[in-house]
Design a protein. Structure first.
Length: 279
């Protein structure tokens, strides 16, 4: 989204978000994603909200509340508490022009506002997943992505084999790095679930998840945090098919790959055994 923050356009986006979250009705996570939303122009720090704040920092202008975010407040696409309200925050310059991508973006950030409430706390791993920018980490991750893309193909006859390959590559990577499973799992339950929520709530076609997997190596210079944007929706959509309603049973510490493995009643062999089986 380009140009200065526009109040009428902001009101349109709030209405879109209301319709989007009303359609879900809290079915995905057991709570509604509808709630306080704040759009912030990163260049000017002007802000528009869909409701009043608790300390009257924003003033009513038509059907929205507008004001300016102080310089000492860090703003980003995320959830944050400011002026007595816990907001879904969207940077104006980041809002996509294309409606379905915009819906996905809104739902992604709205998940972050409710994730603590549904028992999925934010990870406290500020320097996690650096192994994913190593040669071995990037190599095994991209093999996992390729396998997941095959598994998501409509009417893929060898879907179970593709899932098995993905889990094998995942296991091989994690065997090389002592803390990989913990660190990757935490990020997948944070950004991965947020992006899966975006896909699910916006009803984005599976082809978009496949494209996200296929384009990730070129789109993301670093995989340290961004990997979950590709892996999360892929595992989430495969879990949707294997066990509808699975998000409501999710707990902190769960691993998306392990859940999918369990759902498909598949026991992942070691990378060595898998290699032998193909010789």
């Amino acid at each position: 989204m380009h140009g200065p923050l526009d109040l009428l356009k902001a009101e349109q986006f709030f209405e879109e978000a209301d319709r989007l979250f009303d359609r879900d009705g809290g079915r995905l996570w057991g709570v509604s994603l509808e709630g306080p939303m704040l759009l912030v122009d990163l260049e000017t720090r002007h802000a528009v909200a869909n409701q009043a704040d608790a300390r009257a920092a924003l003033a009513l202008q038509g059907n929205v509340w507008a004001g300016r975010i102080p310089e000492d407040v860090v703003v980003a696409n995320t959830a944050m508490t400011w002026s007595g309200v816990h907001w879904t925050v969207l940077l104006w310059q980041s809002i996509p022009d294309e409606p379905r991508r915009r819906a996905r973006f809104m739902a992604h950030e709205a998940f972050h506002r409710v994730q603590e409430h549904i028992g999925l706390p934010w990870p406290a791993l500020p320097h996690a997943n650096r192994h994913l920018d190593s040669l071995a980490g990037r190599y095994w991750l991209q093999l996992e992505w390729r396998a997941l893309a095959h598994a998501l193909q409509p009417d893929e006859p060898s879907q179970r084999d593709a899932v098995a390959d993905a889990l094998c590559f995942r296991s091989a990577r994690r065997s090389l790095f002592p803390n990989a499973a913990t660190e990757e799992g935490a990020m997948e339950l944070h950004e991965g679930l947020a992006e899966y929520t975006g896909f699910s709530i916006s009803q984005s076609p599976v082809e978009m998840a496949i494209e996200q997997l296929q384009s990730a190596p070129e789109r993301y210079p670093s995989f340290v945090r961004s990997f979950a944007y590709a892996s999360g929706p892929a595992y989430g959509l495969l879990l949707d098919a294997a066990k509808p309603g699975w998000p409501r049973d999710l707990r902190p510490g769960d691993d998306l790959g392990a859940l999918l493995q369990h759902c498909l009643l598949y026991t992942s062999p070691s990378p060595r055994d898998r290699t032998r089986s193909r010789m």
